[in-house]
Write a protein that binds this ligand. Structure first.
Ligand code: FES
Ligand SMILES: [Fe+2]
Length: 417
């Protein structure tokens, strides 16, 4: 058996004829509803990038693994006995069976349940019974998938030649590294199935236009300013931000607003919380022991990595949200709450820890499902985005269209729809 060690790319779906997009307006309905667009996205937007797979603390010990699934692909992310993190296609090199079924666990080896071919954690075939004397198992290994760790977060790329990870790793580590998510534990996990296209969820995340009337819990601790591309001036907020930056610099937190530099799909920015709030809780008081070395009042570090992940890292806990598109009109969501690895259950007030982000997340999914219901209707037409508070939505749409079309740019219409 001669061995390519990396699985060949999945066949790419042809890009369907795309409806014209009017700059400054929302996308036509087909972008949210057409399964051919969804298939094309899987082959482009979700392949030629780095995707958030999970947390390093979930695969901290030898043999610990998590499954990362998107489209038809399933990836085993596993730590070997030497501490090296691997990602393998979850596809047996015998006849192609899935090997792992459970979303996470701990194993000594990876054994295919079909005919019991057995692989080491590094992906090399260790045993294959009854294959005859001429069978050479040396060199047979699971297809490799690119994997990187970044300040306690794990990313994979399904691309044959993944894009550079360096700019995102450097910028994010400089700020998120202080929170030590690499030595955390998952205190709570919630999964949702949202009847809306994944882009509807990202667009909703990219603006706070909707916050005032929909997110009372979020606005207890947060300002509605500070979003990417929001040009509004507010003297009170500006004074708060300046004082916070001075404090964070003194605490060594290296604060910076790094928002989608070049064509990169990430933003990392530390934002202040309201007076008297040291974390994103209803009363501003911590609900778990401090994480890492972040001083006494680090505000909230916001991270987004397009196309599927955002996170907030606070003094005492972090929240990560991961989107998994499972169809043109359906998105699975995993929301995780992390605390310091040494925090015992008695140290953590789980109800108060989850109040803000459970409420805010569920409010957002309801908003997205209502938005998606309108997009499904024959009454939907693209609408105008606000240049004041939805510039980041426009930025995301532009980023998405470039990824979707590669060199091909959808024809833009001179007239608004
Ligand atoms: S398909 Fe895996 S052992 Fe046969
Ligand atoms: Fe929201």
């Amino acid at each position: 058996m001669s061995e390519p060690t990396t699985a060949p790319s999945a066949p790419t779906a042809p890009l369907p004829t795309l409806e014209p997009v009017t700059p400054g307006w929302t996308l036509p309905a087909s972008y949210y509803l057409d399964e051919r667009v969804h298939a094309a996205e899987l082959a482009t937007v979700f392949t030629d990038t780095w995707l958030f797979a999970g947390h390093a603390c979930e695969v901290a010990e030898p043999g610990q693994y998590l499954l990362f699934e998107i489209g038809d692909d399933s990836v085993i992310v596993v730590r070997d006995a030497d501490g090296v993190l691997h990602a393998h296609h979850n596809v047996c090199r015998h006849r192609g069976s899935r090997i792992c079924d459970e979303p996470r666990g701990r194993v000594r080896a990876l054994m295919c349940p079909y005919h019991q071919w057995t692989y080491g954690l590094d992906g090399r075939l260790r045993g294959a019974r009854l294959m005859g004397e001429g069978f050479a198992k040396d060199g047979v290994r699971l297809g490799a998938v690119a994997v990187r760790e970044l300040a306690g977060l794990v990313f994979v790329s399904l691309a044959d030649a993944p894009p550079s990870f360096d700019a995102m790793a450097a910028a994010v580590t400089a700020q998120l590294g202080h929170h030590r998510l690499d030595r955390a534990r998952v205190a709570h996990r919630a999964s949702y199935s949202v009847r809306a296209n994944w882009k509807t969820l990202v667009e909703n995340n990219r603006e706070c236009y909707h916050c005032r009337s929909n997110h009372p819990e979020f606005l207890e601790s947060n300002f509605e300013f500070g979003s990417h591309g929001d040009p509004r001036r507010n003297d009170t907020y500006d004074d708060t931000l300046a004082a916070a930056y001075a404090r964070w610099r003194a605490d060594g937190l290296e604060p910076a607003d790094v928002s989608f530099p070049g064509d990169e799909g990430f933003r990392v920015s530390r934002l202040p919380l309201r007076d008297g709030f040291v974390t994103e809780t209803m009363d501003g008081a911590p609900v778990a022991p401090p994480m890492g070395q972040v001083g006494g009042s680090p505000g909230s570090l916001r991270l987004i990595t397009l196309p599927t992940m955002w996170a907030h890292a606070n003094l005492d806990y972090a929240m990560t949200t991961r989107l998994t598109p499972v169809g043109a009109d359906r998105t699975d969501v995993d929301v995780c709450f992390l605390v310091d690895a040494d925090a015992s259950d008695d140290d953590v007030d789980l109800e108060r820890l989850t109040t803000v982000w459970t409420a805010t997340s569920e409010q957002d999914w309801a908003l997205c499902e209502a938005n998606a219901a309108g997009i499904r209707s024959r009454g939907y037409l693209p609408g105008p985005l606000s240049p004041v508070v939805e510039a980041s939505v426009q930025h995301f749409v532009d980023w998405y269209l470039r990824r979707l079309t590669g060199s091909r740019t959808p024809r833009t219409s001179a007239t608004s729809a």
